[in-house]
Design a protein around this ligand. Structure first.
Ligand code: C2E
Ligand code: CA
Ligand code: CA
Length: 410
């Protein structure tokens, strides 16, 4: 029997964990439901295709926590079932058990995650039902409530954000970028943080969208730049020339006056343009290509560098790459996260790195969380890595001691 650690009020979590198997092969269902029952899971139910499952879901007293889904079924297949389920409020965890080929199942797995369902993995039929039961058990242990979680941050208030930008209480944390071959730090990325009135540090995903909506994003970028220039001034006094990358929002690059003001802000502080890279996401460049091109070219002429950020997640792809004077290609961290689990992702990484190099760009992998990922990226000849495995983002004062500790010289 499988060991289960999690207990809620003395009751096994598994006893309460409802599983719905949607599979037209009755024999497969029987073997699987026996394995789950042997592992003492809660109610295990069955539907022979997507449509039956939808009907069943409407009549069940409590919805299932886990759905084990076949893809090829008569009447309604697994993909159509997922589309219908997406329209409902239910969000069970999804496991796929199928005979479909790996390329298709990988794509379905991506779809499941994009729809916002927790994804438990794929098993190719025929497979050991005990392995499936073990995966489900592992999932319910991981999902079991442990100690009290931090309460979600209160809704960001637009007026507070305005005040924070005005008071410059939004400031950068810095994350080092490491040369994969030499281990040297080749620069840092400035990532916005907001220290609120209760001294909590708020991450940018909680306030950047609001800043965009409230048309405060240019002001936010200026405040970040101001802090960065101050920090660079201090580093300069310590004889440290640390290249800094700054994120620029979609709308900002289309704004001539704003980009002009950025240049002036930097020139006034006598910071060499060669030390500054602006990171832009692909989608940023679509709305007004000629204005964005003109502004980028003007800044490039002044020796500022440009990185295409989150590469691989946007839509403009090769056209944007061929048109804009990028110096750096930052491969999105979702590819790094999947590289060990998918041959297809490895191929995408390899060809993105090769292409970036052929176009004369520095290739940077984001979100490196493990040594194994770093080793694979070295094998692919990626130039630079950034991620929590190397260093998490940190405030300016910690960066200096980090640099001293890692005995790196510029
Ligand atoms: P980004 O530009 O892709 O920045 C990288 C994000 O990945 C950062 O999140 C960083 O903390 C996180 N990260 C780094 N290493 C790892 C890792 O190993 N694993 C994982 N899972 N994540 C890692 P952060 O700081 O929360 O920033 C989120 C996004 O907010 C940034 O994504 C960027 O798009 C935006 N952002 C941050 N600062 C600014 C800013 O000053 N202006 C604008 N417009 N956007 C900003
Ligand atoms: Ca970035
Ligand atoms: Ca990025």
């Amino acid at each position: 029997m499988l060991a289960v650690k999690g207990e809620i009020s003395g009751q096994s979590i598994k006893e309460n964990l409802g599983v719905l198997i949607i599979d037209d092969e009755f024999d497969q269902y029987l073997r699987l439901s026996r394995a789950l029952e042997r592992a003492e899971f809660g109610p295990v139910r069955h539907a022979a295709d997507g449509l039956q499952a939808l009907v069943l879901l409407q009549t069940l007293p409590t919805p299932p926590d886990v759905v084990i889904l076949d893809l090829q079924m008569p009447v309604m297949d697994g993909v159509e079932f997922m589309q219908k389920l997406e329209e409902s409020t239910l969000r069970p965890s999804i496991m796929i058990v199928t005979k479909a080929d790996p390329a298709l199942t990988e794509s379905v797995a991506t779809m499941v995650e994009a729809m916002g369902f927790p994804y438990l993995g794929t098993f190719q039929k025929p497979c050991a039902t005990s392995a499936i039961a073990e995966t489900v058990a592992h999932h319910c242990e991981a999902a079991a409530p442990t100690t009290a979680e931090a309460p979600p941050h209160a809704e960001i208030d637009g007026d507070l954000l305005y005040e924070a930008i005005k008071n410059a209480s939004i400031f950068p944390y810095y994350q080092p970028k490491i040369d994969i071959q030499t281990g040297q730090t080749v620069g840092v990325e400035a990532l916005a943080r907001w220290r609120d009135n209760s001294n909590h540090t708020i991450a940018p995903n909680a306030f950047i969208p609001m800043a965009e909506r409230k048309l405060l994003i240019n002001d936010l970028t200026s405040v970040i730049l101001k802090h960065v220039l101050n920090d660079m001034g201090i580093w300069n006094k310590l004889n440290l020339s640390i290249p800094v990358s700054i994120n620029i929002s979609p709308t900002s690059l289309n704004n001539r006056e704003f980009t002009h003001s950025l240049i002036k802000q930097i020139e006034r502080r006598y910071i060499p343009a060669e030390l500054i890279t602006f990171e832009i996401t692909e989608s940023a460049l679509l709305s007004n290509a000629s204005e964005a091109l003109a502004n980028t070219n003007r800044m490039r002429l002044k020796n500022f560098s440009f990185a295409i950020d989150d590469y691989g997640t946007g839509f403009s792809g090769l056209k944007t790459l061929s048109q804009f004077p990028f110096t750096e290609l930052k491969i999105d961290r979702s590819f790094v996260a999947q590289m060990q689990h998918s041959d297809k992702v490895m191929e995408i990484l390899q060809s993105s790195i090769d292409m970036g190099k052929k176009l004369g760009m520095t290739t940077v992998a984001e979100g490196v969380e493990t040594e194994a990922q770093l080793k694979l990226l070295a094998d692919l000849h990626c130039d630079v890595a950034q991620g929590d495995f190397l260093s998490e983002p940190m405030p300016a004062h910690s960066l200096i001691s980090w640099i001293i500790d890692s005995k790196l010289a510029w």
